[in-house]
Design a protein around this ligand. Structure first.
Ligand SMILES: NC(=O)c1ccc[n+]([C@@H]2O[C@H](COP(=O)([O-])OP(=O)(O)OC[C@H]3O[C@@H](n4cnc5c(N)ncnc54)[C@H](O)[C@@H]3O)[C@@H](O)[C@H]2O)c1
Length: 342
């Protein structure tokens, strides 16, 4: 079978550290084209992966040879690039948050349905081994009824990560639409929905700009969430954890407490009510600090669902539900009320 021809739009950090190396390692894929408005970035990646260079994503999408597109651009371009690619008959892997509004998210989902193409949102936290194991323990009933949770994702901010440093689009509301809550909070929203297997129905939040003076988006957010069965918990997202990344989640259940990505050596620790403690060494989470963004399984799973014609492992509908929680958090903060989700 001929290999899947992939085009990557946006040659910034996530394309460089995750999408392109993971595609290159996948035997079913040929990296065919790359695009960036900064031509040198596209040229550097094109030379490394033997791809054609574009500076206009519309031209890349018009290339009939391309079967699938990764959307690795600033957030405001996720929907327009994804929709254009889907309408041109390509499968799409889009970075998170999937879009900047409910309407854009719905248009992405419709375009995928109309064209019968795969749409996947790059919520990699679902594939982290400790998270997968925790979901199994919860589903098997080992933890019993879940009462509450605490999840957080914070680091010193994207200036150390983005190609444009302090001048990055991450800090500009017209391009990012949301700050730490959309960058990191959406990951933990998706993780909590995945782990608990339930939807969030109520959100209360404080979303602030506390630490940065180069931005008009939030850098520090704390939310309270309630799920459909009544599980309550907190979610914090921050670009103001100045000295160390925190990517931890704690699940408080009837029979045990699960500590995920909380201990440097053991990525999952189960503390049972009877005193037993089980420590799992499952390998760490991908962090900006370690620079280890590969081997996330995101790309392999996207390719698998195309090659085997199976359901997208993180569909547009899933991405949309996680997006709606962060939109609800913004609304709650603005209106100073609890926001209900349908
Ligand atoms: N899944 C994750 O864990 C994760 C981690 C980091 C970033 N991301 C997401 O990846 C996306 C990209 O972020 P990044 O960290 O690579 O940012 P970045 O700033 O490092 O790179 C963005 C790149 O997009 C390019 N670009 C801007 N407009 C463009 C256009 N019209 N056409 C083509 N290229 C264009 C920029 O020149 C830049 O090279 C964002 O949506 C971000 O939220 C996801």
């Amino acid at each position: 079978m001929r290999r899947l021809r992939v085009g990557v739009v946006g040659c910034g950090s996530i394309a460089k550290h995750r999408h392109l190396p993971e595609y290159a390692m996948n035997e079913h894929v040929e990296v065919t084209a790359v695009c960036d408005i900064v031509e040198d970035r596209a040229i550097e990646m094109a030379e490394k992966y033997g791809a054609k260079v574009y500076t206009d994503y519309k031209e890349l999408i018009a290339n009939d040879e391309i079967d699938a597109v990764s959307v690795c651009t600033p957030n405001y371009l996720h929907a327009p690039v994804s929709i254009a690619a889907l309408q041109a008959g390509k499968h799409v892997l889009c970075e998170k948050p999937m879009a900047t509004s409910k309407e854009e998210g719905e248009q992405m989902i419709s375009a995928a349905v109309e064209q019968d193409k795969k749409l996947m949102i790059a919520h990699n936290q679902r594939f982290v081994p400790s998270h997968v194991k925790a979901k199994q323990l919860i589903e098997n009933g080992e933890i019993g009824k879940i009462y509450s949770f605490r999840t957080t994702f914070g680091h010193g901010g994207p200036e150390a990560w983005s190609m444009d440093g302090k001048e990055s689009w991450f800090f500009q509301k017209d391009k990012a639409f949301i700050g730490a809550m959309g960058d990191l909070g959406v990951h933990k929203t998706d993780l909590i929905r995945y782990l608990l297997g339930e939807e969030v129905v109520e959100v209360g939040s404080f979303v602030e700009t506390s630490a940065k003076d180069n931005t008009d988006v939030d850098d520090t957010a704390v939310c309270v969430l309630k799920t459909e069965s009544g599980i309550i918990g907190t979610l914090a997202a921050s670009w103001s954890y100045v000295s160390k990344e925190d990517n931890s989640t704690i699940i408080y259940g009837e029979k045990a407490i699960l500590r995920l990505e909380d201990d440097p050596a053991y990525s999952l620790i189960a503390q049972y009510q009877n005193g037993e403690v089980v420590k799992y060494e499952l390998g760490g989470i991908q962090t900006n600090e370690s620079g280890d963004q590969t081997n996330t399984q995101v790309i392999d799973k996207f390719v698998d669902c195309i090659v085997n014609d199976t359901v997208s492992p993180v569909s547009g509908e899933e991405g949309m539900k996680s997006l709606q929680v962060i939109l609800a958090a913004l609304e709650s903060n603005e209106k100073k009320t609890i926001t209900r989700l349908n």
